[in-house]
Design a protein. Structure first.
Length: 289
């Protein structure tokens, strides 16, 4: 058996070189500090701007219970429907309505009184009404919407249309002429409104519709036949005569002159008649409207 002798380590071999991590240019601590400095400066500037903006902007106070209640009330009000058309019509014409009271002599020769309605139609305070309200009066008394009173005089009359103009001796502090409308815009079924003083109930409103156009009516007292009248079913009674028939905009489209009742009773059963305002105004000597 042959043994191989142990060989001593080679004495002439060079040691293996040590491996060190390569150095990368620009990665030293000095370089990292130089790059962090602009970023920190930007953060600092931004912080200063934010703090300055907060200091200059007034801060809103916290909401109170009153603020919340007000917001709720405003939201509810925005959802609440407006007033009905009839209320708006009444509010528009009420300052122009006049109560007319008359003194006279009855058929029996005794003192008699009467009531009716008129409407102010111009800036001079002239009152348009039905002629039969004032035709036989020995004295005419006017009461305006503000409560002021005056005597009145018939300054124009047209028997054919039963229309008169009464001029007050003393004007109210504020003259509120009614807005006059276009009767040609009224059609059968159109809403109609009447404001007057039935049975002395001052400033009463009634509502209805136009029931017919171009109606004719024979006055039972004068036997005069009147044509081209507007028929309506808004309630009218003694005291409404001479008052305005109104459209949905509160504009005067006619003057109430008659009601029809086959029983000969002077009360309303559903048929009222009005002279169109263009005829009433022109026939009474007023400019056409």
């Amino acid at each position: 058996m042959t043994y191989l002798p142990d060989l001593p380590p080679e004495t002439g071999a060079e040691p293996a070189p040590s491996i060190e991590p390569p150095q990368t240019a620009g990665r030293g601590p000095g370089t990292r500090f130089r790059r962090a400095t602009p970023f920190a400066a930007g953060v600092l500037v931004t912080l200063v701007v934010v703090l300055a903006a907060q200091a200059l902007t007034p801060q809103k106070p916290p909401l109170t219970t009153a603020d919340v209640n007000q917001a709720i009330a405003s939201a509810i009000a925005a959802q609440t429907p407006g007033p009905p058309t009839s209320q708006l019509v009444y509010d528009a014409v009420r300052p122009s309505i006049v109560l007319i009271e008359t003194d006279g002599v009855g058929a029996d020769g005794k003192p008699a009184s009467g009531e009716g309605t008129g409407v102010i139609v111009n800036a001079q305070g002239d009152v348009l009404t039905a002629l039969h309200v004032v035709s036989d009066a020995t004295a005419i008394h006017l009461t305006f919407a503000d409560g002021s009173q005056s005597t009145g005089t018939i300054t124009s009359r047209t028997d054919a249309t039963d229309i008169a103009v009464v001029t007050p001796a003393t004007l109210p502090a504020q003259i509120a002429p009614a807005t006059l409308g276009n009767p040609g815009s009224m059609q059968i079924g159109t809403n109609a409104y009447v404001v007057g003083n039935p049975f002395g109930l001052v400033g009463s409103l009634s509502t209805g519709v136009v029931s017919g156009l171009g109606r004719s009516f024979r006055d039972p007292v004068t036997n005069e036949v009147r044509k081209g009248l507007i028929q309506f079913d808004a309630a009218v009674n003694p005291g409404n005569s001479g008052g305005p028939l109104l459209d949905s905009g509160g504009r005067v489209v006619g003057i109430v002159t008659a009601l029809i009742n086959p029983t000969k009773e002077d009360v309303f059963i559903g048929i009222g008649l009005a002279v169109p305002i263009d005829v009433a105004g022109g026939g009474a000597g007023l400019p056409p409207y």
